[in-house]
Design a protein around this ligand. Structure first.
Ligand code: PLP
Length: 358
C-alpha cells in the first residue's frame, strides 16, 4: 500500500534528499566520518552552513542588509525572542489569525510588553484573513503577522503596508512557498519542520538595523550575538542544517521558489476544486484567504468526519485528521508532497462520497 503523509509537521521531505543523506550518513565526502559526527568548528561543517545560508539567500532573494540565523527552540521560542529583542519600551502590534498568533501574543504579554491586537478574525473562528486598520501607530516596535495559519488553513495573499513599522512574520508553514518579498519584512522566522527540513532548526531572517537595540541578559536569546557568531555561538543543530542545505538545493532544482510555488498552486488548486465540486465536503475557509499549504475540509457532520478519517487512515492516508482544536480533516501539502498523493486523495474522497449517499 502506498502511504501518503499529510502531516502538518514534521512533514514529508523530498525522497532525493533522504537518499542523498543516506549515502552521506556513513562517510561524508570521503572524510571517514558521518555527516552527523562532523565538528561544528570543522571546515567540513563550515562549508555546509555557509552553503545553506548562500542557497537560502539566493532562493528568497535575501538582501545583504539582512542576517540569516540558524537557531534552535522552534518557532515557539521566537514568540519570546521577538518581543525580547525588538519591543523594549515600545508597544507591539499583533494580528490575531489563529492558534499560533495567540501563542505569539501570549509570548509578548508574558514578558510584560504592551500588546495591542490591531486586527483579528476570531469573530468567525479564524476562517479569513482580516484587513489591517488604515493607520498603524508609527511609534510601535513592530506588527506581528502569521503569514500562514497551519491549523485554520488561511494565508495572507498580500503583505500589508505598515509604513515604517517593521513587519515580523511567523512564516513557519509557508516559507519557500509564496511570492512574498523579504524587503517587506523586518524579521521572518520559521520552524524548519515543514518546508525546510527536520525539526530542531529555526530559521530567522532579520534586518540588520533591528539588531542590538537592547541589552539582552541571556546570550542565547540575543539575535545580535547569534549574528555576530554566524549562528555558531554554541553547537548548532548540525544535522538539521545539513538536511536544510540539501532541501535548498532541491528547491533550486525545482525552479526555485517560483517553480515550487507553481507546483503548490496546482496541488492545492486540484484539491480545492474537488472540494468545491463535492456535494459532501466543504472548505470552512473564505476563498480569498485560503492557504496553499494547509487545506482543511469538513462534511459538516462530526461523525461522518470521524468515519472518513478512520477509512482514510486504513487506506494509507496518514495524518489527515484536522487539528484537535478545529476537527474535520486537513491535508497539508507542503513543497515535497507529491501530486500523486493529491490525486489519490481526491479519488478516495469521491468514492467515499458515493458510498455515503453523495
Ligand atoms: N507557528 C506556526 C505557524 C506553526 O505552524 C507552528 C507549528 O506547527 C509553530 C509556530 C510552532 O512551531 P515549533 O513547534 O517549531 O515551536
Amino acid at each position: 500500500m502506498t502511504i501518503y503523509n499529510f502531516s502538518a509537521g514534521p512533514a514529508v521531505l523530498p525522497k532525493a534528499v533522504l537518499e542523498k543523506a543516506q549515502s552521506e550518513l556513513l562517510d561524508y565526502k570521503g572524510s571517514g566520518m558521518s555527516v552527523m559526527e562532523l565538528s561544528h568548528r570543522s571546515s567540513w561543517f563550515e562549508a555546509i552552513i555557509q552553503d545553506a545560508e548562500q542557497l537560502l539567500r539566493e532562493l528568497m532573494a535575501i538582501p545583504d542588509h539582512y542576517q540569516v540565523l540558524f537557531l534552535q527552540g522552534g518557532a515557539s521560542l521566537q514568540f519570546t525572542m521577538v518581543p525580547m529583542n525588538l519591543a523594549q519600551g515600545k508597544k507591539a502590534l499583533y494580528v490575531n489569525t489563529g492558534s499560533w498568533s495567540k501563542k505569539a501574543i501570549s509570548g509578548a504579554k508574558a514578558l510584560g510588553v504592551e500588546v495591542e491586537v490591531i486586527a483579528s478574525s476570531e469573530d468567525k473562528q479564524f476562517t479569513y484573513i482580516p484587513e489591517l486598520p488604515e493607520t498603524i501607530d508609527q511609534e510601535a516596535a513592530y506588527v506581528h503577522i502569521t503569514t500562514n495559519n497551519t491549523i485554520e488553513g488561511t494565508a495572507f495573499a498580500k503583505i500589508p503596508d505598515c509604513g515604517a513599522v517593521p513587519i515580523v512574520a511567523d512564516m513557519s508553514s509557508n516559507i519557500l512557498a509564496n511570492d512574498y518579498k523579504v524587503e517587506d519584512f523586518g524579521l521572518i522566522y520559521a520552524g524548519a519542520q515543514k518546508n525546510i527540513g527536520p525539526a530542531g532548526l529555526t530559521v530567522v531572517i532579520v534586518r540588520e538595523d533591528l539588531l542590538g537595540q537592547t541589552e539582552i541578559a541571556a546570550p542565547m536569546l540575543d539575535y545580535k550575538l547569534q549574528a555576530d557568531n554566524h549562528s555558531l555561538y554554541n553547537t548548532p543543530p548540525t544535522f538539521a542544517i545539513y538536511i536544510a542545505k540539501l532541501v535548498f538545493e532541491w528547491v533550486k532544482e525545482q525552479g526555485g521558489v517560483a517553480g515550487i510555488t507553481e507546483q503548490d498552486r496546482v496541488k492545492a488548486g486540484r484539491l480545492y476544486q474537488a472540494i468545491e465540486e463535492s456535494g459532501l465536503f466543504q472548505s470552512p475557509v473564505e476563498k480569498d484567504s485560503r492557504s496553499l499549504t494547509n487545506v482543511p475540509f469538513i462534511t459538516g457532520d462530526a461523525e461522518l468526519d470521524k468515519q472518513f478519517n478512520a477509512e482514510a487512515l486504513a487506506a494509507g492516508f496518514e495524518n489527515l485528521k484536522g487539528h484537535r482544536s478545529v476537527g474535520g480533516m486537513r491535508a497539508s501539502l507542503y513543497n515535497a508532497f507529491p501530486i500523486e498523493g493529491v490525486d489519490a486523495l481526491i479519488a478516495f474522497m469521491k468514492k467515499f462520497e458515493q458510498d455515503n449517499g453523495g
